[in-house]
Design a binder for this molecule. Sequence first.
Ligand code: BDR
Ligand code: CA
Length: 310
Amino acid sequence: MKKTTIWIDCDPGIDDAVALAMAAASRDQLRILGISSVAGNQVSDRVTENARRLAAFYGMEDVPVVRGAREPLLKVPETAASVHGESGLGNCRLPDTDKPLASENGVAYMAQAIEALPEGETLTLVPVGPLTNIALLLKVFPQVRAKIERIVLMGGSASGGNHSASAEFNIWADPEAAQIVFQSGLPIVMCGLDVTHQSGLYPEQVEALLRSEKPVEHAVGEMLSFYADTSSRGRTVACIHDAVTILYLTNPELFGGEWASVQVDCTNDINRGMTVCDRRAKTSPKPVLVLNQVDLPGFQKVMLEKLASI
Ligand code: BDR
Ligand code: CA
């Protein structure tokens, strides 16, 4: 089977950590060209360190990890420490690694890696943090657009926010970058809160992971028991937002959605960071597939199988 080539842009982050685990477990289907960090859930030094350690912990020694943007395009940086903890990974302590950072200038590195793809090969970008790096990539290196098949991102919502009443965290954290990406004209799959609030594990499944003696399952159990308390209060599942992107790539049959044109509110008013999803019949073009349905038992089965396989 032909593999899908992807680049993961992340701010680990507990659910980012699970997304990376899903990718590590899917290398029969996905070729991971690289992983970049972006300031978001925590400051750049912390998310970059977490990305490096996670890549090593999951056995992705061969995948380059690079440091991306240290702050949003215009907005004052703010973290989500109350959701992901001071370390960014809740109470989980990952082993140190001597895996080096492949670059301190991640966006330029990503551009070079994309340009170096063989003739005819394309790439899927998988951003699961603020869209700063992706906006910079598209603006500073427009020549890479031709090699980007699509963007499968976690962010946004057509039905209310989590960070504010109307804004989802990743979009709120860098609205100007998000507007650049959504208006780029590239095909986008938006794994926003409409689907991610329905996608997760039941408390007893998280507890079983925590009891596991396998290092990856146990670490993910530790992270998710922290995250369920801070981010999924009042929900029946511990939502694992970022992992939806990878499971959409490996198992698209589990999801459903609607096509839309998406604009980001970049005003300084109450709706700053809101993704305004226009699904009206008369609107054209509609380059964004806004996911809003998941087969939950199927999602959980695939996720638990992948975690057990690492
Ligand atoms: C998104 O915000 C972050 O805190 C998570 O890592 C995820 O990417 C969910 O709104
Ligand atoms: Ca994230």
